[in-house]
Design a protein around this ligand. Structure first.
Ligand code: F3S
Length: 64
C-alpha cells in the first residue's frame, strides 16, 4: 500500500502524525513532507487511519 501525498493541500493540522508519527513525517513548521509514502506490511490499518484523518484530504490511499 502506498499513500499519495498532495503536500500542496496540507495545512499543518498534524492529525496524520498524531496517529502514526513514524509514517507521517512533518517538517519543522508542522507540514507533511512531500513525496509518496510506502507503507510497510502490517502498518496498513494505522496508516489508513492517519490518512483518513486529514481534514484537507491531502493524503490519498493507493491500494494497488
Ligand atoms: Fe497536513 Fe493533513 Fe497531516 S493537513 S499535517 S496532511 S493531517
Amino acid at each position: 500500500m502506498r499513500i499519495i501525498v498532495q503536500s500542496s493541500k496540507c495545512q499543518g493540522h498534524a492529525r496524520c502524525a498524531a496517529h502514526a508519527p513514524h509514517i507521517f513525517k512533518l517538517d519543522d513548521a508542522g507540514y507533511i513532507l512531500p513525496g509518496h509514502i510506502e507503507v510497510a506490511e502490517g502498518e496498513e490499518v494505522i496508516a489508513s487511519r492517519g490518512a483518513r484523518s486529514c481534514p484537507e484530504r491531502a493524503l490519498e490511499l493507493d491500494l494497488n
